[in-house]
Design a protein. Structure first.
Length: 442
């Protein structure tokens, strides 16, 4: 009889749970905390879940609460969580066993979006190599800037460059500064590489692989076309909205030079794409920016990457369904390709489940605290979409509220992988159809 945990979806969940357990245990060690920092199980668990799920929400100051050893542990959790526990476990299985079962292969494909079972080993190796290559380039750029522009010593500049490169590519948002990246709000040599890393990580490995092949846009797959152009439009909208509402009198960018405002707006438009870094204080942004940021966080980035949210393709597929329905088209067509009904149902399922989870969690937090509903909604979406942006209320939540956020982060990270695996394996085909009837809609 097949073991209960042999199901790939359960293996994914178990892998993440084991990492959370190990990470929490290590962060509870005295060597992981700065001198004088108290031992707190909830703090260790919250930080571990946030790092493993590449979110970036924190209840303590990362720079001062954790020791250098603790920072290394957090970076390790970010790296393994970003690349994917299932991907790493599959690579280990390939080395130990030299082969994969069909179910495990399908689960790995759901996480990496590989289409070729026979080339799974090569796909997984390329995923890791690509991630490390991007992180190295960004780390070099950040190290040089921190050394030459901020007079940090080479060892400290190198460590900060590596940590923030890993955090950026994996869309984690953890920083080694108490104010995150607020001190670099107008510095394009810091904000630029960080934005580039998180965009590349957020596009997803299938898209990056296709882009590296040098194909013309006219020959891109529908998935790549939707992800690239959809992400570009969302970034432009985010930057424009942030600049318009925050550069005026009383805004977080007010008083800066036009160039600094442009750089700050770039961060304000890109960071909500599940990155979690902040170059301004989100407790001081306008309600309009906060609302738009919630929408950007909920949509998220590309599939099979380090980003969270319901994903750009899900959002655009639903938009295509609406457009086709409004026009009375019999098929949903994207880029001269017809989208199957099964994919449409999957997109609708993901979106509605996400909406239901976000609404119910926000209502639950409203019963646990007297904080502003908009701020609570911001926090909930940030946790579910594994973004990490906050208006500064995370540490104000009661223990039960912080546990709610931990569950949201875990579901937001593990959910898409397990759902994709289940759909790939458990597809059923009926040999009969019920009579059709049309209920009244609207």
């Amino acid at each position: 009889m097949r073991l209960f945990w042999a199901h790939p979806a359960r293996l994914v969940t178990l892998g993440f749970l084991l990492q959370v357990l190990v990470g929490t245990t290590v962060l509870m060690l005295p060597v992981s905390r700065a001198p004088g920092a108290p031992a707190d199980l909830l703090v260790a668990a919250f930080t571990t879940v946030s790092a493993t799920c590449v979110t970036g929400l924190i209840t303590v100051d990362t720079a001062t609460y954790w020791s250098p050893f603790g920072h290394v542990v957090i970076m390790g959790l970010i790296q393994t969580g970003g690349i994917g526990v299932m991907t790493l476990a599959t690579l280990l299985a390939l080395k130990v066993r030299g082969r994969l079962g069909l179910r495990t292969s399908l689960a790995a494909q759901a996480d990496s979006h590989s289409l070729d079972l026979t080339d799974l080993r090569g796909v997984l190796v390329r995923v890791v190599r690509l991630a490390l290559a991007i992180e190295v380039v960004v780390a070099v750029l950040l190290t040089l800037r921190l050394r030459l522009g901020y007079d940090l010593g080479w060892p400290q500049a190198l460590w900060h460059g590596v940590f923030h490169a890993v955090s950026a590519f994996n869309n984690a948002g953890f920083a080694l500064y108490s104010d995150n990246l607020i001190g670099f709000v107008g510095d394009i040599w810091i904000i630029g590489p960080v934005c580039a890393a998180l965009v590349l990580g957020g596009l997803g490995f299938p898209v990056l692989r296709e882009l590296l092949r040098g194909r013309r846009p006219s020959r891109w797959s529908v998935h790549t076309t939707m992800t690239v152009w959809g992400s570009a439009v969302l970034v432009v909208v985010g930057v424009a909205v942030f600049w318009v509402f925050e550069a005026g009198r009383g805004g977080t960018l007010a008083g800066m030079s036009p160039w600094q405002q442009a750089v700050g707006a770039l961060g304000g438009g890109v960071f909500p794409r599940t990155a979690g870094f902040n170059a301004v204080d989100y407790a001081a942004v306008t309600d309009e920016v906060e609302a738009v940021t919630i929408v950007l966080m909920f949509i998220g980035g590309g599939s099979a990457g380090t980003a969270g949210g319901i994903k750009v393709t899900t959002f655009l597929l639903l938009a295509a369904v609406i457009w086709s329905e409004v026009r009375g088209e019999p098929d949903v067509v994207v880029g001269r390709r017809r989208v199957g009904s099964a994919v449409q149902r999957q997109a609708l399922t993901v979106a509605l489940l996400a909406v239901g989870l976000v609404i119910s969690s926000t209502i639950l937090l409203m019963t646990l605290t007297d904080l502003e509903p908009l701020d609570l909604g911001f926090e909930v979406v940030s946790a579910f979409a594994t973004v990490g942006l906050s208006t500064g209320i995370t540490h104000q939540l009661p223990a039960a509220g912080q546990v709610v956020l931990m569950v949201l982060m875990f579901v937001g990270r593990v959910g898409p992988i397990t759902v994709a695996s289940a759909l790939a394996i458990n597809t059923r085909h009926r040999h009969y159809r019920f009579p059709k009837e049309r209920p009244i809609v609207g």
